[in-house]
Write a protein of this length. Structure first.
Length: 275
């Protein structure tokens, strides 16, 4: 199938994007890396009248580091973040999760912000945003607003980003120096979206587990430093509380089993790094 006809605008600066989105509303779609939008256009799952390409806006390419935090603007590719010098030390969770996104070819074009905007429940970057409690800056002709991770994702492939807004950048806060981090995922083949993905952050007083691929959005839980059967009970409660589904990739029972087993594994791995 071929895309329905659309007008194509290669934006030169962010104000142009904001103004076009303001004029066109839901008739316009931002094109970043195209790794999700182009298939959607080809399958006619999206039929925008105007496609606004932001990928050549230089001001949106440079990843910034400030006081340990990382800010990734809208045109920065997933590969650029993965290859950022020192990422393993400053943001170990991102360094562990990024290689699981698709393939080198898709990461070379796909953007970090595009993945957040797309909001696939199995995608690694939305999971990291929630696990690290980052924030997203939205831009429109009305101005900018900053939205915390907990409020950004509204449901499956749905965010608070309005039709006239774009994600301008995402901020991943500085790591907790005394925390341990771990990430794992289960997928049928290398490069596939996760069936279940788990990220753990273990601090001296708390354990946090974020799970993707099970509910409509990644879900984060925080407990004290549980161990043994108390941790098993907490993981079991979490597994049953999620809206696990049967689909062509896995049934709900496998997804709940993975929350329990992989959840425990990442927590123990992160605990070992934090002690
Ligand atoms: C073979 C293959 C395997 C893949 N495997 C994985 C995987 O395992 N895990 C995973 O997470 N992803 C995977 N992906 C998807 C990939 O990560 C995409 O890069 C990502 O989902 C979207 O990023 P993009 O920059 O390509 O966005 P685009 O495709 O350009 O856009 C995606 C959507 O987000 C919107 N959008 C993009 N940027 C912005 C912005 N700044 N502001 C507002 N809206 C915006 C677009 O309008 C569109 O609706 C895979 C893709 C392919 C082709």
């Amino acid at each position: 199938m071929k895309p329905a006809p659309f007008d194509f605008v290669r934006a030169a600066h962010v104000e142009e994007v904001a103004s076009l989105l303001g004029e066109e509303g839901d008739a316009a779609r931002v094109l970043a890396g195209g790794q999700s939008l182009l298939p959607m256009l080809s399958m006619r799952l999206a039929q925008p009248a105007v496609v606004v390409d932001i990928s050549r806006i230089e001001a949106l390419e440079m990843i910034r580091q400030d006081g340990g935090a990382i800010t990734v603007p809208a045109a920065a590719r997933q590969a650029a973040l993965l290859n950022l010098p020192g990422l393993t030390e400053t943001h170990p969770l991102l360094a562990m999760a990024l290689p699981w996104i698709g393939h080198p070819q898709t990461r070379a074009r796909g953007t970090v912000c595009g993945s957040l905007a797309h909001a696939d429940p199995s995608a690694e970057l939305p999971l990291c945003l929630i696990a690290l409690q980052g924030s997203v800056t939205l831009r429109s002709s009305r101005g900018t607003r900053k939205v915390g991770a907990a409020d950004f994702f509204q449901g499956m492939m749905t965010t608070v980003c309005a039709d006239d807004e774009m994600i301008e950048e995402v901020l991943f806060p500085a790591r907790h120096q005394d925390a341990g981090y771990a990430f794992r995922e289960f997928a049928r083949r290398d490069g596939d979206f996760a069936i279940v993905a788990c990220a753990a952050v273990v601090m001296p007083e708390s354990i946090e587990l974020t799970v993707g691929g099970v509910d409509d959005i990644p879900v984060r839980r925080q407990w004290g430093r549980l161990e043994g059967s108390a941790l098993d009970d907490a993981l079991n409660e979490m597994a049953w509380s999620l809206n696990a589904r049967d689909d062509q990739h896995a049934n709900a029972r496998l997804r709940r089993d993975l929350v329990r087993s992989m959840g425990r594994d990442v927590i123990e791995e992160a605990r070992a790094c934090s002690d």
